[in-house]
Design a protein around this ligand. Sequence first.
Ligand code: SF4
Length: 81
Amino acid sequence: MERTDHVVRIAVDLNRCQGYAQCAFLAPEIFVMHGEEALLYNPDADEAQRDKLAQAAAACPVQAILVDAVGAGAEAVSGDR
Ligand code: SF4
């Protein structure tokens, strides 16, 4: 399995995501709301963003954010490239 040192893989389960935008508020460099419900995010965040990411993941009311998504089941996770 390929590993990159300074990239944190993220996945958001967009089937769960309700567009609460907590993540976009806490980690705006990574999560951006597009319109009212669509969430855009950078699936390869920088290691330096890890703390913010953890906060965003913890704040998501529906636990839709997976940090270190390497090996996560592809069918459970949308938003992959
Ligand atoms: S906090 Fe969770 S539900 Fe809200 S926009 Fe982010 S991923 Fe979606």
